[in-house]
Structures are given as C-alpha cells and as structure tokens.
Design a protein around this ligand. Structure first.
Ligand SMILES: [Zn+2]
Length: 170
C-alpha cells in the first residue's frame, strides 16, 4: 500500500514547485541595459509572425560598459527548421560576424522567436547562453519580448530593454 501511494505523493509534491519555478521572475540586473531601435524590433516581430519555424539572428552594435546598443540586424537561417528550437546556420553566422567586424560592430544580442510559449529561455537556450554570455533577446508571436543573460555564476538574469524610436543612435 505504501509503495502505491508514494508515486502519487511525489507527483503532487513536484507539480506545484514546477509551476512556481515557471512563474518566478528572473532577478533583474539593474545596471545592464539593452538599447534597441524600434524598427529592428518591429522587423523581428513581423518576421516571427510570418514564419512557421523559430527565427534567429544577431543584432550588432556597440557596447558601452553595461549598455548594449543595437544598430543593425542580421537574420540567420535556423538550420533545424523547427518550431520549438533553433540553431544558426554556421556559415551564415560566420559571414554575418565578419561583416559586422569590418564595420567595427560587435554582437550585442542574439535573438530568436518562440512560437507557442512565452519569451523565457528554454533549457536548450540556457545551454547556448553558456557560449554567448551576452543578452539573449526572445520574442513571442504576441509581440512580447524579454532579454536574459547567463552570468558567470550560471544564474540567469533578466536584462532591461529600452527601445529607441530611430535607427541612428549616438
Ligand atoms: Zn528559445
């Protein structure tokens, strides 16, 4: 009897904590700010809505301390062709990085879309964030967007996003 009751107990004890973990907001790192031109955001959201798979790419720009200022967007092919995960096509990725470098720009954020879930990093996203410790921008088809960074202590923190009305930034 005890053996039969145990799994039920485990299920009931695990489920609420999972829900709480999902709803718990990530702590916000107040110093870090991602500044993005409004037209780039609009283009990413429009393209996300037109696509049946997750879209992804880079926003290039400049870094000023904890301020990440986006100036240009490059869409990269999602080589997984998947609606639930993404991987950037390596060749397109390298070409985009080289173009940016020639212009004296660096990656300020990696973006991708979530088709059926809110803009919070998946387990796979967090794994990818280990290799790119810059803000990761996630957009949902509803037009919500959030940015996160994986800190050196492996804690995910939400990054504040400021949108800028024009593409030309100081
Ligand atoms: Zn994701």
């Amino acid at each position: 009897m005890i053996a039969q009751r145990s799994p039920t107990f485990i299920m009931f004890s695990v489920r609420p904590s999972l829900i709480i973990a999902f709803l718990k907001p990530y702590p916000q790192q107040t110093n870090m700010i991602l500044v993005l031109p409004k037209n780039i955001i609009e283009e990413i959201i429009t393209r996300s809505r037109e696509s049946k798979i997750e879209i992804c790419g880079f926003i290039f720009g400049t870094k000023n301390g904890e301020r990440f200022i986006g100036k240009e967007v490059e869409f990269i092919r999602n080589r997984l062709n998947s609606s639930v995960e993404f991987e950037m096509d390596p060749e397109e990725m390298i070409n985009a990085l080289e173009r940016a470098e020639r212009k004296g720009l660096e990656v300020v954020t990696i973006f991708h879309s979530h088709l059926n879930c809110p803009p919070y990093p998946s387990k796979k996203d967090i794994k990818g964030m280990e290799n790119w410790r810059i803000p990761w921008l996630i957009v949902s088809l509803k037009g919500d967007m959030k940015a996160f960074i994986l800190r050196s202590n492996n804690e995910v923190e939400e990054v504040k996003i400021i949108t800028h009305p024009t593409q030309t930034l100081p």
